[in-house]
Design a protein around this ligand. Structure first.
Ligand code: FAD
Length: 384
């Protein structure tokens, strides 16, 4: 067996890299091993939208300038299933950075901070007293499992997978767009609701385009999933046809939504990011949650080595508890497309509501009761 690592992190996406970076930031002597089955740079099916809230997490990790060479996307345009529309400048601009670039930068930053990075696919895990043994020879005091939506470690520690009704599936590709395009576009649709398509300009004459819906809605349709996903993507973004450029690199993946989140770990193994089902059920945002939960997991491993899971659950509750309860309720309300029509219609008239919805959809925002009442009244008004 190897020496004992203070922390072994499985998966080097945003959640895993954040955990590794934070552990070394808090304790430069901490022995941290970061494992991933892939060699970096590697692609990951994603909309590549990096919210301002995620950049705030990068700053906390000591990487405030990581995306400075990328042009921000200052404007967001949303069309609701019933056709309500808002297009406005966001309070803090988002970025669109291909994951092949973003994730590799995080891994490099971790390496530069003294994290040992190895290519390794984890297949087994056993607990031995105060230690966790991976694949029979890697020994850790604490493990952060950040191995994504289909987390093998989650299964190995007995946490059930995300139920289908709390899982979405989305396809993404890349298309050519005018080089000055700087608007993040979201087009929702009533068919198979909740579902939406997006076009997020990277800033180099290409955009990340995609379409996603809940898994049961895809399974209810007899046609092949690929045909449904690709067909709706093209139908909802007709501008793709006008430009005439094909959509390249189409790739789909699951999104385990936070409305079905489990206990985030067992014993000395902490689940972070998608492995903990931390994806916003309203928007599919997961990078901010991944960075945040990875950071909190490392803080618990370093600061509370006796019982890291207890500290981690407390940290998650403090950082996201009210927000996640808010999105649980909103996700239920949003099963009625009329609710989203009302919310977007109110946001189109009131900038503070638009900003708040962005905070709920991309960050850790909550909804004040007065606003909830305003949207509910409009929704009920539309029903009568
Ligand atoms: C189509 C699509 C569009 C999306 N768009 C957005 C968006 O625009 N903005 C946003 O914020 N979120 C978006 N999301 C969600 C976002 O992609 C995820 O929430 C985010 O990637 C979660 O990060 P993570 O670090 O938890 O997992 P991942 O980024 O999935 O990283 C997991 C890592 O674990 C590694 N791994 C897996 N198994 C093992 C193993 N057994 N051993 C070792 N390594 C392993 C993998 O190789 C991978 O590198 C989207 C998701 C999809 C599917």
């Amino acid at each position: 067996m190897d020496d004992v690592w203070d922390l072994v992190v499985i998966g080097a996406g945003p959640a895993g890299s954040a955990a590794a970076l934070r552990a070394r930031q808090l304790d430069p002597d901490c022995r941290v091993l970061l494992l991933d089955r892939a060699a970096f740079p590697r692609d990951k099916a994603c909309g590549d939208g990096i919210a301002a809230h995620a950049r705030q997490e990068l700053a906390l990790l000591g990487l405030p300038g990581l995306l400075d060479d990328h042009r921000p996307a200052p404007r967001l345009s949303v069309t609701s299933p019933g056709g309500a529309h808002v297009s406005a400048v966001v309070a803090r601009p988002n970025h669109v950075v291909p994951r092949r670039v973003f994730d590799a930068r995080l891994v490099e930053a971790a390496r530069a901070r003294g994290v040992e990075v190895r290519r390794h696919r984890v297949r087994t895990l056993t607990t031995l007293g105060e230690h966790v043994v991976l694949d029979g020879h890697l020994v850790a005091r604490t493990v952060v499992a950040a191995d994504g939506a289909n987390s093998a470690v989650r299964r190995l520690i007995g946490v059930p997978p995300s139920p289908d009704r709390h899982t979405a599936i989305a396809v993404r590709g890349y298309a050519d767009v005018p080089p000055d395009d700087d608007v993040q576009v979201i087009v929702m649709q009533g068919e198979a609701w909740p579902a939406y398509a997006w076009s997020f300009p990277v800033g180099d004459g290409t955009a990340n385009v995609g379409y996603g819906l809940l898994l049961p809605a895809l399974r209810d349709d007899d046609r092949p999933g690929r045909e449904i996903l690709h067909g709706r993507l093209r139908r909802l973004l007709p501008q793709l046809g006008e430009i005439g450029s094909p959509v390249r690199d189409l790739r789909a993946h699951h999104l385990p939504l936070s409305s079905g989140r489990p206990v985030p770990g067992a014993g000395r193994v902490l689940l972070a990011g998608d492995a903990a089902s931390l994806v916003n059920p309203l928007t599919g945002e997961g990078i901010y949650y991944a960075l945040l939960s990875g950071r909190l997991a490392a803080e618990s491993a370093v600061g509370s080595p006796g019982d890291p899971l207890r500290a981690y659950r407390r940290g998650l509750r403090r950082a996201l508890g009210r927000h996640l309860r808010t999105t649980d309720v909103l996700a239920l309300a949003a099963r009625s497309p009329g609710f989203i029509d009302a919310a977007i219609a109110v946001a189109a008239r009131r900038t503070e509501v638009f900003d708040l919805l962005v905070d709920v959809g991309l960050g850790a925002g909550t909804v004040p009761p007065r606003l909830a009442a305003a949207v509910a009244l409009r929704w009920l008004g539309n029903l009568t």
